[in-house]
Design a protein around this ligand. Structure first.
Ligand code: PLP
Length: 388
């Protein structure tokens, strides 16, 4: 499908991504690097992101599902890929065929994976997930559950058709501030290392990859880096820690001005008339709305960035468009480029106004928004996600 892409688009700056990767690599020293590219690389385009990480020599990738993993394999990604989430037993053979690693989250799943691997006549590479306090996936190993957990993990590691390459856990509070969060994270880490030691002793062999450090831990807890780190958000350059480490935001969500009209004072703008002009107001219509991923909850609460500085968004955000105040923005005309978030309009500000986190905003950029990839300062690819 052809498109000139001058409606609304998301730019993925691969130069910024490569820069962030290099900085993080320097930071982590000898540890291996797993890049988290689930959810289409947090909306940035998993194939392009994975290709860059592969070229630069990253060690592992992680996705959420078998479908996401296979997408990478079908598009030239040969490096190891770990599935963090749920895989139905019907897809186990596919994982073996494509050499994809599966996280094993409980006894019942271990049994399923083992049965299916044996049936397929192959070996499924696995990483054992330990629940040390996230209370989501993994063998529960905290407190009273230590012994049961360790036994269950040893059993899983010894099932036919499974090859336990790694073991991992996930921190719940590593990106929170304060003493309590610190203690909680340190406790999770201690439970994890205790479990690893107990399992390794009983099995009489070592796991090749022990890993637990997400964004917060890569930024704040070097002792948790172990064999491999597992950042997502940090790689994409968002949040307070990215700022502290001098990383660069990778995505910019952009649109243009499609229409401009000047209304007298007292004019109601958009559905419900929640905003009325107080004076003569030059109003621009932007072809971006909640169906593009611009949350309706942001209505009348944020500003977009124009070449003349920030312009207030006015009234309810519609499905396909929204309005902005361009009074005094005389350089900004029909066709002028507008940044919703990106290098000049920090995503963190928008996320805070929306009562959410940057993750949700980049993940929400919808299928009808084409992705544009920039490398060496030039557009190298325009990707339309609509069915062609
Ligand atoms: C998403 C995810 C990560 C990455 O988290 P960030 O906060 O983006 O660094 C790491 N590990 C697991 C298990 C995840 O689900």
């Amino acid at each position: 499908m052809e498109s000139d892409l001058r409606r609304t688009w998301a730019e993925t700056d691969l130069d910024a991504l490569g820069y962030n990767y290099d900085r993080l690599r320097e930071r982590i020293g000898k540890a291996k690097f797993l890049g988290v590219v689930k959810a289409d690389a947090y909306g940035h385009g998993a194939i392009r992101v994975a290709k860059l990480l592969q070229e630069r020599g990253a060690d592992y990738l992680a996705v959420s599902s078998a479908d996401e993993a296979v997408e990478l394999r079908l598009n030239g990604i040969k490096m190891p890929v770990l599935i963090l989430g749920h895989t139905p037993r019907e897809q186990v053979k596919t994982l073996i065929d494509y050499d994809i690693t599966q996280g094993v989250t409980c006894r019942a799943k271990a049994v399923e994976y083992s049965e299916e691997a044996v049936k397929a006549g192959g070996t499924l590479k696995i990483h054992i997930k330990v629940d040390t306090g996230m209370s989501r996936l993994g063998y529960l190993c905290d407190g009273d559950m230590f012994e049961t957990g360790v036994e269950g993990i040893c059993e899983g590691c010894s099932m036919p058709g499974l090859e336990a390459e790694g073991i991992f856990t996930h921190f719940a509070l590593s990106d929170e501030e304060g003493e309590e969060a610190k203690r909680y994270t340190e406790h999770q880490f201690k439970v994890f290392t205790d479990v690893c030691n107990a399992v390794e002793e009983r099995l009489g062999r070592k796991f090749k990859l022990k890993h637990c450090a997400n964004t917060g831990a890569v930024a704040k807890y070097p002792e948790t880096w172990l064999d491999m780190v597992r950042p997502g958000l940090l790689l994409y350059g968002y949040g307070e820690y990215a700022k502290q480490l001098g990383l660069k935001p990778v995505m910019s969500l952009k649109t243009v001005v499609s229409t401009i009209k000047t209304y007298p004072a007292g004019t109601a703008i958009s559905y419900g008339g929640i905003f009325k002009t107080e004076k003569r107001t030059r109003v621009g219509v932007l072809p971006i709305g909640y169906a593009d991923g611009l949350f309706r909850a942001l209505s009348n609460k944020f500003s977009v960035m124009t070449a003349d500085g920030p312009a207030k968004q006015l009234g309810k955000i519609c499905m396909d468009m929204c309005m902005v105040d361009l009074t005094d923005k005389m350089q900004t005309d029909v066709g002028s480029e507008i940044e919703i978030f990106g290098k000049n309009a920090p995503i963190e500000t928008l996320a805070e106004i929306a009562g959410t986190i940057p993750y949700e905003l980049t993940c929400a950029v919808s299928k009808r928004v084409p992705r544009i990839y920039i490398k060496d300062g030039r557009v190298i690819e325009k990707e339309l996600l609509l069915r062609g």
